[in-house]
Design a binder for this molecule. Structure first.
Ligand code: PLP
Length: 382
């Protein structure tokens, strides 16, 4: 059997070999990073070295990087009423961990609509902030706008959103889980007050992430009961995963141009697929997208059929958002973009990354052609 082709980097990118090596070495560190003895100090040093690398990835101060168990926890930590007043404003295409509202009550989460191209409508955001009367001691808004969408790859106007929010005295959080390692990220240029990162989307291990704060910003801990992470996140640090995250961040900086070059392969894949299925709809194609992502649907064909057919042919892609696999309902992102249920149910996401080669794209186009032909024949025979 020929080698499998993995094209699901937005769900989780393969671990980079350098990361694995550094993690194996870190697993040999016996100490608890909070201990004062030499073993403890070795663990602490490993964490602090990683913190510097993660901070450098986004132009932040190392002391303002809080290590967490991943993007989900970072989002839950960031979205805290302690930072701002009700309600919380989020774009309608956020990851479910943002839509859930963190520590805000569910009925205090307001969704800001997106355009048909999957980009937040800034006029509506400004209007909502202008008309809302914030009450209480922290009478300011908290707004969450992701840096780039995980399903369509659509890049969001975060710095423009930040200007709108800041002009009105509010705070902006951005979930940069999918953008990190694919776009150049700078906390100051983005204008974000809080930024969420996750290691496993950029070749690091699963189960570790960070919440990055701009200077002067503070959040209350989600997990309490320990002084770790400057009392911002209790619990003994996951030393090996944090070390792996640091190496992944370092490689993301060094290889940014290489990763961005997958845009050429993505475009070839898009052209190849569209040649076979000219009626395919490519979502967010008219706006700037992540260089590695394509989300497309073939009218009349179910996403599961395509995902399973491609899987049997040796290729891994996902339907809608693969963050929670096995789900069959249409994506909330596509629904927010006004895509009909019928079309949205056929949407698959193909996402490339650091190890994708031209040959993988050729394999996809070949498999796509064969699968579509088979499905057509089966339909005709029925
Ligand atoms: N935010 C976005 C945009 C994502 O794509 C994901 C993916 O799962 C997450 C947050 C959650 O990150 P994690 O898997 O590290 O919890």
């Amino acid at each position: 059997m020929s080698q499998r082709v993995y094209l699901d980097y937005n769900a989780s990118a393969p671990l980079r070999p350098e990361v694995r090596e550094a993690m194996v070495e870190a697993l040999a560190i016996d100490g608890n990073p909070s201990s004062v003895h030499a073993e403890g100090r070795a663990a602490r040093a490993a964490i602090e070295a990683a913190r510097e690398k993660v901070a450098f990835l986004v132009g932040a101060v190392p002391a303002n990087v809080i290590f967490t168990s991943g993007g989900t926890e970072s989002n839950a930590t960031a979205l805290a009423p302690k930072t701002a007043a009700d309600p919380l404003f989020v774009s309608a295409i956020e990851h479910p961990s943002v839509l859930a509202g963190g520590r805000f009550p569910a009925n205090a989460v307001r969704q800001i609509p997106v355009t048909g191209n999957g980009v937040i409508d800034l006029e509506i955001l400004a209007g909502e902030l202008d008309t809302h009367h914030f009450e209480g001691e922290r009478a300011r808004a908290l707004v969450s706008v992701m840096t780039a969408n995980n399903e369509t790859g659509a890049i969001q106007p975060v710095s423009e959103a930040a200007a709108i929010v800041h002009e009105r005295g509010g705070v902006l959080h951005s979930d940069a889980v999918q953008a990190a390692g694919k776009l150049k990220l700078d906390l100051a240029a983005l204008g974000a007050d809080l930024l969420t990162l996750s290691a496993h989307k950029m070749g690091g291990p699963k189960g570790v992430g960070a919440l990055v704060l701009r200077r002067g910003m503070e959040v209350g801990p989600l997990l309490q009961g320990g002084s770790q992470e400057q009392r911002r996140r209790a619990g003994t640090e996951n030393v090996a995963c944090i070390v792996g995250f640091g190496v992944a961040a370092e490689l993301a900086v060094a290889d940014l141009e290489k990763v961005q070059a997958v845009a050429k392969l993505r475009d070839e894949l898009e052209a190849g697929a569209s040649a076979v299925t000219p009626d395919a709809v490519v979502f967010s194609a008219a706006v700037p997208r992540l260089p590695n992502t394509i989300c497309l649907a073939v009218p009349g064909t179910k996403a599961e059929t395509l995902v399973i057919g491609l899987d049997l042919a040796g290729l891994a892609v996902s339907s809608g958002s693969a963050c929670s696999s096995g789900k069959v309902e249409a994506s909330h992102v596509l629904s927010a973009m006004g895509v009909t249920q019928e079309i949205a149910q056929g949407a698959i996401r193909v996402s490339l990354g650091w190890a994708t080669e031209a040959e993988h794209v050729e394999r996809f186009i070949e498999a796509w052609g064969a699968l579509i032909k088979r499905l057509k024949e089966a339909r005709q025979a029925a």
